[in-house]
Design a protein. Structure first.
Ligand code: IDP
Length: 149
């Protein structure tokens, strides 16, 4: 006889969160960290960094050639970014829920982008945060932003 499957517990995993230059400029770094911690995730690494063209080319490789790619890179070069590694069960999809939809106008109230972001009428979504979208992306992105972690 086979036993019924146990309800699955999400694996403990790590994700890369970025407070993008708009979020840092607006003084929202602490608010984003607060929401991550209030949700019950653990901060593993936090560092304010000035991104480089090379780092962004690797980070956003999947978007190369799209119309918003160059404006996105220019925006990400416009000031420091707070890079964060957060850990917890299900933190990869969990942080994406905290962040809300990519377009801050459409992001639900209660989310970081829904509560704190809006459309600034620019060519790129200045949507305050980034969060890895899969275990593969998380491993790749953590390696880019925190080599040696
Ligand atoms: P995500 O950040 O919600 O995962 P992605 O599709 O990975 O969204 O896009 C990366 C970033 O590129 C977004 O956060 C946003 O800043 C920008 N972006 C994505 N799609 C568009 C678009 O259609 N117009 C302008 N900017 C965009």
């Amino acid at each position: 006889t086979t036993l019924p499957a146990e309800p699955s517990t999400p694996a403990v995993e790590r994700t890369l969160v970025l407070v993008k230059p708009d979020g840092v400029r607006r003084g929202l770094s602490g608010e984003v960290l607060r929401r991550i911690e209030a949700k019950g995730y653990t901060l593993v690494a936090v560092e304010l960094k000035q991104a480089t063209t090379e780092l962004l080319a690797a980070h956003y490789a999947e978007h190369e050639g799209k119309p918003f790619y160059q404006p996105l890179v220019d925006f990400m070069l416009s000031g420091p970014t707070l890079a964060v590694v957060a850990e917890g069960q299900g933190v990869i999809p969990g942080f994406r829920s905290l962040a809300g939809a990519t377009n801050p106008t459409e992001a639900a109230p209660g989310t970081i982008r829904g509560d704190l972001g809006r459309d600034w009428g620019l060519k790129v979504q200045q949507n305050l945060v980034h969060g890895s979208d899969s275990t593969e992306s998380a491993a790749r992105e953590i390696g880019l932003w925190f080599p040696g972690l």
